[in-house]
Design a binder for this molecule. Structure first.
Ligand SMILES: Cc1cc2nc3c(=O)[nH]c(=O)nc-3n(C[C@H](O)[C@H](O)[C@H](O)COP(=O)(O)O)c2cc1C
Length: 186
């Protein structure tokens, strides 16, 4: 699979999705899209964590909860689009990433620490915020994704494309989105 587009934009007419689609248009190529807003994304809970740990211990990953991780591991490039919600990412994206971080599928632990089992060489995170990005916000949204991408999956090129203050009354939204795409091209 060439490009995996993890679409965690929930709203009809999402501005984040507009940037992501323009970005995809510019890059071309085959895209496999996951519309997280319309998919069941299970969370690890008291029951599923038992199955998860048994699967990891025995390296038997038949359970469908591992399908997201298997798909992610084969992507050559990843695009994730999600709005800033409560200075972080939507819960559904968090649940998705939790499953993608399945040991033995997207990463493993060796003598020298974490080993990546992913093919991707680039991950782009597209996001928008209603207000200005506050100090430290980077640590909860893009920063979280960047940490997973570098520590677990060893993706060398991890970028963020963003537009903020979109819900401020004096913001020209079309211009802000165009600028985000323009900056991403640099
Ligand atoms: C549930 C929810 C939480 C939000 N939390 C924040 C926030 O913490 N900071 C912020 O600047 N904007 C916040 N917003 C505003 C969105 O980030 C902003 O409108 C964004 O552009 C929405 O992206 P979309 O058009 O792709 O849906 C929130 C919006 C919603 C619906």
């Amino acid at each position: 699979m060439a490009m995996l587009f993890v679409n965690a934009c929930m709203r009809e007419g999402s501005r984040t999705e507009r940037i992501a689609r323009q970005w995809l248009e510019r890059h071309g190529g085959a895209v496999e899209e996951l519309r997280l807003g319309q998919l069941a994304v299970p969370t690890l809970d008291a029951n599923s964590i038992v199955q998860y740990e048994q699967a990891v211990a025995s390296a038997k990953y038949e359970h469908p909860m591992f399908d997201f991780a298997k798909q992610f591991a084969t992507a050559e490039e990843v695009l994730i689009a999600a709005p800033v919600w409560n200075n972080g990412i939507p819960a559904k994206l968090h649940a998705y990433l939790e499953l993608v971080c399945s040991q033995g599928i997207t990463f493993d632990i060796g003598q020298d620490g974490y080993m990546s089992l992913c093919r991707a060489k680039r991950l782009t995170f597209v996001t928008t915020a209603g207000g200005p990005m506050p100090e430290g916000a980077d640590e909860h949204a893009f920063g979280y994704v960047r940490t997973l991408a570098t520590v677990f999956w060893h993706i060398p090129d991890v970028r963020c494309v963003f537009a903020d203050s979109l819900d401020q009354p004096d913001t020209d939204v079309d211009q802000a989105l165009a600028m985000a795409i323009e900056n991403a091209a640099r």
